[in-house]
Design a protein around this ligand. Structure first.
Ligand SMILES: *Cc1c(COP(=O)(O)O)cnc(C)c1O
Length: 227
């Protein structure tokens, strides 16, 4: 076994714990999603041997091949990349979670195509909080209507929001964007949606995201190395 993946996971987990302690949060309240895109099954096996069970993937076909090859392990697979209409069936059949729902049409297809023998697909809506151009994600203005419609779909379970902030220059700017995402989640909860997930924070902005209420950080490079 390559010791570095295990070492990296231990280091990232320690960083998560430190960020939780710094802001008075329970260490168990922030989940680590290991982003394994572009890495092969061997790397995922090493991460699993180090205690990691949740993995994030961006490219659907690559992910499906990996998921199929790793069926012998009890892993949880999260789709975090853009989804074209012609890929929804693969996603519905192979993943446990989708973080990147940003259109009702995609959500409807995922619900229709989710196989009966599997539990509901766990989903987050991707929201474009800071309005970056050419970025996927629903605008904050359109979020409420989309969230209500997605929550009503029978084979999906809406869990929360996902966001990918633009790189910011200062810690304060970063935290302001994270705080906006948290406020959007709280507003949806006020409307009666039972949401518990805020997928935000990557290697560079993990501590800021945790300080503002992230419940799931998505880390690739710091675990597996440069892609
Ligand atoms: C690639 C990716 C990550 C992980 O990024 P790293 O810089 O490798 O830690 C997290 N979230 C999304 C949506 C990604 O596409």
């Amino acid at each position: 076994m390559n010791p570095s993946i295990a070492d990296n996971i231990a280091r990232v987990r320690a960083q998560i714990e430190a960020a939780c302690q710094a802001t008075g949060r329970e260490p168990g309240s922030v989940h680590l999603l290991a982003v394994s895109k572009t890495w092969g099954g061997d790397a995922v096996r090493q991460a699993h041997a180090a205690g990691q069970t949740a993995f994030g993937e961006n490219y659907i076909q690559e992910a499906v091949d990996k998921i199929t090859a790793l069926r012998d392990l009890p892993l949880e697979w999260h789709c975090i990349g853009p989804i074209q209409s012609n890929k929804t069936r693969l996603v519905a059949e192979h993943f446990d979670w989708v973080h990147s729902v940003d259109r009702l049409k995609i959500a409807q297809r995922l619900s229709e195509q989710r196989p009966e023998h599997l539990p509901p697909l766990q989903v987050c809506i991707q929201v474009n909080v800071d309005g970056g151009d050419n970025k996927s994600g629903v605008s904050p203005e359109e979020l409420h209507a989309l969230a209500q419609a997605v929550a009503a779909l029978p084979r999906l379970q809406l869990r929360g929001l996902m966001t990918i902030p633009e790189p910011a220059e200062t810690e304060a700017q970063m935290r302001a964007v994270h705080a906006q995402a948290k406020a959007l989640l709280e507003a949806l909860r006020q409307q009666g949606l039972p949401l518990d997930t805020l997928s935000m924070g990557m290697s560079a902005d993990m501590a800021a995201a945790i300080a503002e209420g992230s419940t799931m950080v998505r880390v690739g490079t710091a675990i597996f190395g440069q892609r």
